[in-house]
Design a protein around this ligand. Structure first.
Ligand SMILES: Cc1cc2nc3c(=O)[nH]c(=O)nc-3n(C[C@H](O)[C@H](O)[C@H](O)COP(=O)(O)O)c2cc1C
Length: 401
């Protein structure tokens, strides 16, 4: 499975460093060659001698090594690999990677590499849960770094919780999956996705808007790219950062969103996450700001916006094979969303309760019901990035079955 694959294994300074020796063995058993890099902190836990003996290669430890750097060792090491694996990925190494620091051999390789990087984090549960680590993790995900683990359970420090290094067989499976392309079931599939609100101008300074933050849609765009899809994200006005690998088209109004979606076709799937305004002003204000007047309050004369989901679902020619809609409901969520699916003619509806008290709109977690012709699946409340990963997998299954 791993015949001829060259793996650069960077071992950070955590108690779990010793497990990387076993990882190296298992990878080599499967035909890979492994080259070890040990951080100074890593050397407090295992020795360069054990790494070198096990891998049958030199163990690299120094950035300023006269011998290795005569050949620009940090660049060469990063080039002469097919995959860079960091195990254990300490909180410190993750922070360095997320911020582009390069002050030792490991971090310099990680900044200089042109290869895919996979991290296996391991640390105390509080270190893992710390906002700084979670922020760095988010950045690394956006940067396209692959991750295996961490698991939940008894930690070396005696505490229990998330932060345990992934089990060696799971790491081997993730590495094999990477080389087999198994992590990329959507490779070659084109997906157009909408996210965020739309803004419908009333006059040059006022507009009709809604509370959509775009978080769920942006996370889903990133998760679909992680599975290999070629994603065009048509985004309403939001402040979210574009996930790595996503092609983003910014729009403001529903009419612009409709046009941008059509311009992005043909696609294998269309995923309509955006909270598109149902109505817009029938007539513009001729470019002038509306003024208060003694004639009373101005009437907002509205007309309907195009129904992007319905028109995609009803396309006679060139319809995407899978059309997914989102339903934001405040009552009878499943009942209303099921009716919406039938009304719009889409294949799948992802419904959530956006009543104010749920905190879902604009919040970090979501609880969804996935409604398709196979029935209703109600998922537990999860972080929006976790919902995104699970939805991306569901979309991949539906597109590739
Ligand atoms: C006994 C001991 C165990 C440690 N275990 C971990 C660990 O599991 N994960 C982690 O992120 N840091 C751990 N640390 C802290 C790191 O060793 C420290 O942050 C170090 O600077 C990491 O360096 P590196 O990222 O260059 O390997 C531990 C420290 C000690 C003294």
């Amino acid at each position: 499975m791993l015949d001829g694959k060259r793996i650069l294994l960077i071992i950070g300074g955590g108690v779990a460093a010793y497990k990387s020796l076993d990882l190296a063995r298992r990878l080599m058993e499967r035909g890979a060659s492994v080259r070890g890099v040990l951080t100074p902190a890593g050397q407090q836990f295992i020795t360069p001698m054990s790494v070198a003996s096990l891998t049958g290669d030199e163990c690299y430890t120094e950035l300023f090594s006269l011998k290795d750097e005569a050949e620009m060792g940090h660049i060469r090491l990063s080039r002469e690999a097919d995959l860079v694996v960091v195990s254990p990925a300490t909180a410190d190494l993750m922070a360095k990677m997320a911020n582009g620091l390069a002050n030792d051999l490991a971090s310099t390789i990680l900044l200089a590499t042109d290869k895919q990087v996979m991290i296996a984090p391991a640390m105390n549960a509080e270190m893992w849960a710390h906002k700084a680590t979670q922020r760095n993790l988010e950045t690394l995900r956006r940067d396209g770094i692959l991750m295996v683990g961490p698991g939940d359970g008894m930690l070396a420090c005696g505490e229990v919780g998330p932060g345990r290094l992934a089990e060696v067989p799971d790491m081997v499976e993730a590495i094999e999956g990477f080389f087999a392309g198994g992590n990329r079931p959507l490779a070659g599939k084109k997906i157009v996705l909408t996210a965020g609100p739309t803004h419908e101008p009333i006059d040059p300074v006022r507009y009709i808007a809604n509370r959509s933050s775009g978080k769920q849609g942006f996370a889903l765009a990133g998760a679909l790219v992680d599975l290999g899809a070629d994603v065009t994200l048509v985004a309403g006005p939001v402040t979210q950062e574009t996930p790595a690998g996503v092609v983003r088209v910014d729009v403001e109004t529903a009419l612009e969103m409709d046009a941008a979606v059509k311009a992005a076709l043909p696609a294998d799937a269309a995923v309509c996450v955006a909270a598109v305004a149902d109505w817009r002003m029938k007539a513009g204000s001729n470019g002038e700001k509306l003024k208060k007047s003694k004639d009373g309050v101005p009437a907002l004369d509205l007309c309907e916006n195009p129904d992007i989901l319905k028109s995609l679902s009803g396309m006679k020619k060139g319809r995407p094979a899978l059309v997914v809609g989102f339903a934001a409901e405040t009552e009878k969520v499943v009942e209303h969303a099921t009716a919406k699916r039938a009304r719009k003619g889409c294949d799948m509806i992802v419904a959530n309760d956006v009543s104010h008290e749920t905190g879902i709109m604009g919040g970090d977690s979501n609880q969804v019901h996935v409604i398709s012709d196979t029935g209703v699946e109600s998922w537990p409340s999860m972080r929006k990035d976790e919902v995104a990963q699970a939805l991306a997998k569901t979309i991949a299954d539906a597109l590739t079955q």
